[in-house]
Write a protein that binds this ligand. Sequence first.
Ligand code: MN
Length: 209
Amino acid sequence: MENNCYPFVNIPLPYDDSALEPYIDEQTMRLHHDKHLQTYIDNLNSALEQNPRLQRLTLEQLIRTANCLSEPLKASIQHNAGGVYNHRFFFSGLKPPVSSIPDNRLLRDIDRFFGSYNAFKECMKKAALSVFGSGYAWLVYERGRLKIVTTANQDSPLAQGACPILCIDVWEHAYYLKHYNKRADYINDWFSVVDFEQANLQLLHCLQS
Ligand code: MN
């Protein structure tokens, strides 16, 4: 991952703010990336500024070792390193809408573990709807299997030793401007802008590590 150590910067999105219209609106994308993600980056940099011994760790290492830190640094690293990692992961897993689902290793594994793409979609929807309050639903690779998990707030499946493949941010700021309180509509729209080629690369990365 680009810019994976302190000081962290907000890497521009690899597509225009309006590129995911009409599924995710331009204003939501702009605020989500330029304001919400920026705040996590600023807060992570200031926590690390005061703790030089952590400055050489990568984002993934910060998330995996946060548990060993003492409060209040622990909570600050969990929340802010998680916020940077999760948002970068979410944004890089999206692309302008295409109508077809590619045929690749990931899609074949999805058929194998969930029965069909549609069965996977239903599972992912159910998980994303089940997050109470703020958090994420993830497709992860763990001990030889594909699995759907949810995390609260900015917790990351990395901290539990799972390898992330795909995620949907279900904090209200990810959809409220367009979808209001209708999270189910947002989840349906999200499926139209998922980048399954990028997710396949993540799976290949998980299989190698
Ligand atoms: Mn978010």
